[in-house]
Design a protein around this ligand. Structure first.
Ligand code: HEC
Length: 181
């Protein structure tokens, strides 16, 4: 009769550990609102062809925050960046087709919408189990505007933390610097 007691004890322990770990990560993406009308009202500042993933990524910034951004400085609080993916047109061999300028050709609607948002004090509340990312937090949405339930945002933190010197962004910090030249 010992085995069932032991396994239920382990089960409760795992459940509690799971709740502790999941808590901050669930709280994170849920405080980020879906960026309504980003494709018509926000600033499209970059377009990245990812041949490896056969995707074209459209990268936007919320205009109010963008107007306050200064070259070489971290983005102001209230900054929201959106990266919206579309599939690339492929040929019969599944290789991306290029246009006259050598760019990939997006097809169909957005397939995924990634958001990073910065608000004062957010960094303190995201939880110790994710890598430091200043006051940025992350969320991934499905095209219908609901949070993607399969996303664990710990992965976002882990990869973007490599960009410490660029305010944890892959493109935005550099874009603000480049356009000031
Ligand atoms: C393996 C590394 C990696 C992971 C994991 C990752 N990103 Fe990124 N992210 C990138 C790269 C690289 C770019 C620049 C675009 C490109 O080259 O694909 C980027 C760009 C972005 C941008 C546009 C602003 C910027 O930094 O240039 C947003 C928004 C974004 N990612 C959100 C997310 C979210 C949300 C998650 C988690 C669901 C996530 N990322 C996970 C590597 C990563």
């Amino acid at each position: 009769m010992k085995a069932p007691v032991l396994s239920s004890f382990l089960g409760a322990g795992a459940l509690i550990a799971g709740l502790i770990l999941a808590g901050p990560l669930v709280a994170g993406p849920e405080r980020i609102a879906f960026p309504e009308n980003f494709e018509t009202e926000w600033v499209l500042y970059n377009q990245v062809d990812r041949a490896d993933r056969k995707r074209v990524r459209f990268i936007y910034v919320k205009p109010e925050a963008d107007a306050e951004a200064k070259p070489g400085q971290p983005a102001p609080n209230g900054t929201v960046l959106v990266m919206a993916d579309r599939n690339a047109k492929v040929d019969a061999d599944e290789n991306p087709v290029l246009d006259a300028d050598g760019r990939m050709i997006p097809e169909g609607d957005f397939t995924a919408i990634f958001v990073m948002e910065k608000q004062e004090g957010w960094g303190e509340s995201v939880g110790l189990e994710v890598a430091p990312n200043g006051d940025w937090d992350y969320a991934a949405f499905l095209p219908d505007g609901t949070l993607n339930p399969e996303t664990n945002t710990a992965g976002c933190f882990a990869c973007h933390t490599r960009r410490t010197g660029k305010d944890f962004t892959f493109t935005y910090f550099q874009n603000v610097a480049d356009r000031a030249k």
